[in-house]
Design a protein around this ligand. Structure first.
Ligand SMILES: NC(=O)c1ccc[n+]([C@@H]2O[C@H](COP(=O)([O-])OP(=O)(O)OC[C@H]3O[C@@H](n4cnc5c(N)ncnc54)[C@H](OP(=O)(O)O)[C@@H]3O)[C@@H](O)[C@H]2O)c1
Length: 307
């Protein structure tokens, strides 16, 4: 099968399209998926650059990509049969989704939302689950909550705004001035333009979701109500230490989660969650797609078309 591979850590140009052997025999509970669509997440290029080498080690070649949508072509699962349309994710540190096929556990997938195509479904799992796990599982979002989303226009941020709105929360989005109109279109009730305004205000929030991770917790906590929660997807040593010692400070580490995927599928089918896609790149242009993501200016997601 065709896959994007790299043989050492480094620049995007290290990646190339290659013919590799198909994923091996399935164990009980696993399925083989013919991938139609995938996406680029910042963790893909962080791994490629070697920033997580303590976890990702020295074994090469590596295939990037952590989420996908496609069709089951072999099954050792009672829950999924050949021909089922599914979407899901693997641990980003394992990768393997920038390829024509992948073998995954049934725990990592759910049936694809019926009202969107594979390209749209393939951008949802990692960023969508990050937003869902941060807002619902960690911050326990409720109707009427005041939610601040820092980085509301990125992959995680666009899902966070829409998920928070689906919970009937009121959302303040933090974005740059070029994205004010886009943030209003996403559904933000209020906007803070971080290029001209101070993000730290006297307003109070039930939840601050710092998708970027650049807010100072020391200052952000003053904007929380008494029972409020600050949660970030931007992983840093300082925030992780704070997560252990401060009740109101949390870090989300996204994990594959079938129940979460089903929750997202329902939101999509109800019409409350339409994934935001800035552009679609074919698999053989993954170098271009990674470079674009590395600029840190993507609105929504970069989708990768595999078939
Ligand atoms: N912990 C986890 O499990 C987990 C899971 C997923 C992602 N992450 C991490 O979370 C971070 C965000 O991921 P992502 O996929 O959303 O990234 P992304 O899609 O690349 O984010 C790009 C967006 O960030 C906005 N942005 C850049 N600087 C900003 C700033 N100073 N303030 C507010 N917005 C800013 C940009 O808008 P402007 O151009 O308008 O600034 C752009 O729309 C990444 O570091 C990623 O690795 C962690």
């Amino acid at each position: 099968m065709k896959a994007i591979i790299y043989d050492s850590y480094g620049r995007a140009e290290e990646m190339r399209l290659a013919e590799v052997s198909e994923p091996e025999v399935l164990s009980t509970g696993q399925v083989k998926v013919l991938i139609h669509g995938s996406s680029v997440n910042p963790v893909d290029w962080k791994i490629r650059r070697g920033m997580l080498r303590m976890i990702t080690g020295k074994k090469f070649p590596k295939i990037p990509g952590a989420d996908f949508a496609g069709v089951v072509v072999e099954s050792e699962s009672f829950n999924f049969k050949v021909g089922d349309e599914v979407f899901g994710m693997v641990k980003a540190t394992e990768g393997g989704c920038s390829a024509e096929k992948i073998v995954v556990s049934e725990k990592n997938i759910a049936h694809k939302p019926s009202n969107i195509d594979f390209i749209q479904a393939g951008v949802i799992p990692l960023a969508g689950l990050t937003a869902l796990q941060a807002l619902k599982d960690i911050a326990k979002i409720e109707a009427g909550d005041q939610v601040l989303v820092n980085g509301c226009t990125g992959g995680v941020g666009t899902f966070a705004v829409k998920i928070a709105k689906a919970f009937d929360a009121r959302v303040t989005g933090v974005c740059s001035n070029r994205n004010i109109e886009y943030s209003i279109k996403l559904g933000c009730n209020e906007i803070i333009d971080y290029t001209t305004q101070d993000v730290y205000t006297d307003d109070k929030y039930d939840i601050i979701f710092d998708t970027i991770g650049n807010l100072k917790y020391r200052k952000a906590k003053k904007m929380l109500i008494r029972k409020g929660v600050y949660v970030t997807s931007g992983i840093s040593a300082g925030k992780m230490i704070n997560s252990f010692i401060r009740r109101k400070c949390k870090t989300v580490f996204v994990k594959p989660d079938r129940k979460g995927l089903i929750f997202l599928k329902d939101l999509v089918e109800q019409g409350s969650l339409v994934p935001e896609i800035q552009e679609v790149q074919p698999l053989y242009q993954l170098v271009t797609a990674h470079k674009l993501s590395e600029e840190g200016k993507v609105n929504g997601k970069i989708a990768v078309r595999i078939r």
